[in-house]
Design a protein around this ligand. Sequence first.
Ligand SMILES: CC(C)(COP(=O)(O)OP(=O)(O)OC[C@H]1O[C@@H](n2cnc3c(N)ncnc32)[C@H](O)[C@@H]1OP(=O)(O)O)[C@@H](O)C(=O)NCCC(=O)NCCS
Length: 135
Amino acid sequence: MYFDDPPTDRQAMITAVAMPSDTNALGDIFGGWLMSQADIAGAILAYRRAGGRVVTVAVDCFNFILPVYVGDRVIFYADLARTGKTSIKVDLSIFAQSNWDDGAIRRVATGSMIYVHIDEARRPTPIEGDAKSQD
Ligand SMILES: CC(C)(COP(=O)(O)OP(=O)(O)OC[C@H]1O[C@@H](n2cnc3c(N)ncnc32)[C@H](O)[C@@H]1OP(=O)(O)O)[C@@H](O)C(=O)NCCC(=O)NCCS
């Protein structure tokens, strides 16, 4: 599930500040930076759900809705979308808050990432038990 606004019933998985080093050649925040941060946020939730090591196997989709600017505080919410035999799908809702204007929070991106629970030999391994806390 994607959130239209920051949810009030859970904490953000991570927050980050978009820095000048995260810009592309045109000076805009690089989409890959946003995706890498989203991957970290999703992996935290997947790790908690799996109860162990996970790797990213796929970016199911990623939608860039509004631009992110240097200095924005970027807020990543993760929601457990589906648990399979060895895989976990996480929905990410990403918001940004400017430090320079009225501080309004806007949704800048959404995405869905898929992770696989792996063992010591990096083989897919079954996910057990009930869902763990997402916060
Ligand atoms: C993740 C990895 C261990 C999966 O190995 P695999 O032999 O393809 O595993 P399987 O085919 O058994 O699939 C495992 C699960 O992933 C899911 N899966 C695999 N590829 C997928 C894809 N492209 N999209 C969605 N789900 C996928 C399968 O449906 C299965 O889910 P389920 O067990 O819940 O039904 C292997 O592909 C890998 O090591 N990839 C590199 C991971 C990595 O390094 N990520 C970081 C990149 S920088």
